[in-house]
Design a protein around this ligand. Structure first.
Ligand code: DAH
Length: 342
């Protein structure tokens, strides 16, 4: 028969060899070595039967077996808990990706890009310039005399304590910037933001966008202007007809306003064209020779045309937006509706 000491050692050996690797196996371990009916417990009862001279050593051995079981259990339990934490936070490489919300272009950008593209296709290059402009490029060079009402503080935002620096009131300032820097032929399309000291309402805003066009070369005529604008109206609106009405701008002579034939297909057409079928789109004209001279271009040799249009109005027409303020509020519920647009 196995010596009682050997019995304890066998239990210790067996306990130390055990390697529970799951919660269920660890529970079995606990029941076997630490539970109410554990296999170490009966060994304590043996202490009384051991001869006196060996009693102490046997007691210590059984006690050591119990402590060893407790220590091993605590270590295994801690290890399994960390393992299960790792398990739950592990990255599942097969999971479908979380979709990132994709933004949409602003309706003003959509319309501006379309206009720019239409002119790029016929050889115009994009010119972008400063929004803080000096009086000369915005007004003087563009033939706008000092007593012109546009120069009034009521209409123009001047920089603090300045009568010289202002927020450009139109993209026509890009004409002056380009012509003083570049020799003809010049063929530019200039999109950008402009500012006017206006009361904000459903129809007007103190900041908006324009696109300016300028073409300067030898022998440029009014017929070239008309043909270019007809091409634009066809591409932009699918229009079949345009008309040019005489108008006035300080920087063009003669000046005109271009209307496109929008049609009268439905009630909205009637409303926006005021029952005429025609829609006013832009201002244009032959660049005034004085403007060419102001910018250092020989007006005997060169001629050209220019045009300019507001973007917000076009975006509003295109998308049936009734209040210009919606275009500047950046309400995502409004902007999201343009996600499908180009
Ligand atoms: N600058 C004008 C405005 O802000 C628009 C304009 C009209 C531009 C005629 C032009 C032009 O280049 O020829 O109302």
């Amino acid at each position: 028969m196995m010596d009682i000491f050997e019995q304890v050692n066998a239990v210790i050996a067996e306990m130390e060899a055990a390697a529970p690797d799951s919660k269920a196996a660890l529970e079995q371990f606990r029941i076997r070595y630490l539970g109410t009916k554990n296999i170490i417990k009966p060994l304590f009862a043996e202490i009384g039967k051991v001869p006196v001279e060996r009693k102490k050593a046997f007691g210590q051995l059984v006690n050591a077996a119990k402590i060893a079981a407790e220590t091993k259990f605590a270590t295994l339990q801690a290890a399994l808990e960390t393992a299960s934490e790792v398990e739950t936070t592990r990255i599942d490489l097969t999971a479908p990706p979380i979709g990132l919300p994709v933004g949409s272009r602003h309706p003003v950008s959509i319309v501006m890009n379309r206009i720019v593209d239409i002119f790029r296709r016929i050889g115009y290059t994009v010119a972008e310039e400063r929004e803080i402009e000096d009086d000369w490029h915005n007004f003087t060079a563009m033939n706008t005399p000092p007593d012109h009402p546009a120069r009034d503080m009521q209409d123009t935002f001047y920089l603090k304590n300045s009568t010289e620096m202002l927020l450009r009131t139109h993209t026509s300032s890009v004409q002056a910037r380009t012509m003083t820097r570049q020799k003809p032929p010049i063929r530019i399309i200039a999109p950008g933001r402009v500012y006017r000291n206006e009361t904000i309402s459903a129809r007007s805003h103190c900041q908006f966008h324009q696109v300016e066009g300028l073409y300067i070369d030898e022998n440029v005529s009014f017929a070239d202007l008309k043909q270019t604008l007809l091409y634009f109206a066809k591409e932009m609106y699918g229009a079949t007809k345009i008309r040019l009405r005489p108008s006035f701008f300080p920087f063009t002579e003669p000046s005109a306003e271009m209307d496109v034939y929008w049609g009268l297909k439905n009630e909205t057409d009637h409303r926006i064209t005021k029952g005429t079928g025609w829609l006013e789109i832009l201002g244009c004209g032959m660049v005034d020779p004085q403007v060419l001279e102001n910018c250092g271009i020989d007006s005997e040799k060169y001629s050209g045309f220019a045009f300019g249009m507001g973007i917000e109005r076009q975006a509003m027409l295109q998308y049936g937006i009734s209040d210009i303020r919606l275009l500047f509020e950046n309400d995502t519920r409004f902007l999201k509706q343009f996600a499908a647009a180009l």
